[in-house]
Design a protein around this ligand. Structure first.
Ligand code: ADP
Ligand code: ADP
Length: 236
């Protein structure tokens, strides 16, 4: 699904956020990047959708090749990649439905020019919200929703894009444990049902153990573990 070859990132100032890393994320896999704050998880995820340009090495996607080769390759890769962020990057003063439709229609400016949405777009957005159990909040402003609900809108937005891959950067870091479990459960079950591959960063070992098909442990910009969660011991 994604091949990382000798991927390396040094930020200005000389911080080596990612040491040369070679690994492959497989089709249909729910992979968890596990590591403490500052380990390089976010940098790695950002390389996977071209938000960070590697200092060396490359990321290849099927049918695209090196995703950073040109604007066209980046666009093709992003068209099939949904992003979920810790602080969800939703537009608070818009409704849940409008935020989800942005996943389908692209940017806010596109959304404005296409508003009100067509019936088929509306149906599509409502279906996505139903899948995260938020149909009854479709017309609620996002800034009036709870943290867990907002993150579920973020997932619905990513899913509405019909991605082949979802990249989620600490999607549950600001949620309480029960809500975090519920959100990850929803995310994983949607990925399974739709055959979406996922790379999700987390810092909690227990959540990684519970949800991951595969754990990639990162520390100090290096992969220090790569395997099934059953092989994780405490302290990784
Ligand atoms: P994580 O997501 O695991 O918390 P990050 O990828 O955010 O880790 O950070 C890895 C390292 O790179 C840290 O030392 C961090 O301070 C540094 N870093 C992250 N982003 C930048 C940046 N834009 N400029 C300089 N240093 C950065
Ligand atoms: P989640 O578990 O997804 O975080 P909850 O189900 O715990 O959300 O939310 C409990 C109830 O409290 C929900 O019906 C939600 O609408 C309401 N609620 C939570 N936060 C807010 C808020 N900031 N403003 C309005 N209602 C809220």
């Amino acid at each position: 699904m994604l091949a990382l070859e000798s991927l390396e990132v040094a930020y200005p100032g000389g911080i080596k956020a990612l040491r040369p890393t070679t690994l492959t994320f497989r089709e249909g896999e729910f992979a968890v990047l596990l590591g403490p704050s500052g380990a390089g998880k976010s940098t790695l995820l950002r390389c996977l959708n071209g938000l960070v340009r590697p200092t060396n090495g490359r990321v290849s996607a099927p049918g695209v090749g090196d995703i950073a080769a040109s604007r066209a390759t980046l666009r093709r890769h992003r068209a099939v990649t949904g992003m979920v962020f810790q602080h969800h990057h939703l537009i608070g003063r818009l409704t849940a439905l409008a935020n989800v439709l942005m996943g389908r229609l692209g940017h806010q400016s596109t959304l404005r020019s296409l508003w009100p949405p067509s019936r088929s777009d509306q149906r599509f957005g409502l279906e996505a919200l139903e899948r995260v159990d938020l149909l009854d909040r479709a017309l609620t402003r996002v800034d009036l929703l709870s943290g867990g609900q907002q993150q579920r809108v973020g997932i619905a937005r990513a899913v509405a894009q019909r991605p082949r891959l979802i990249l989620a950067d600490e999607p549950v870091a600001s949620l309480d444990p029960a809500t975090a479990t519920r959100v990850l459960d929803l995310l994983r079950s949607i990925c399974r049902t739709d055959g979406i591959s996922a790379v999700v960063s987390l810092h909690q070992v227990d959540l990684a153990r519970h949800f991951a098909d595969r754990v990639v442990g990162v520390r100090g910009g290096e992969v220090v573990f790569d395997g099934p969660p059953a092989r994780l011991c405490d302290g990784v």
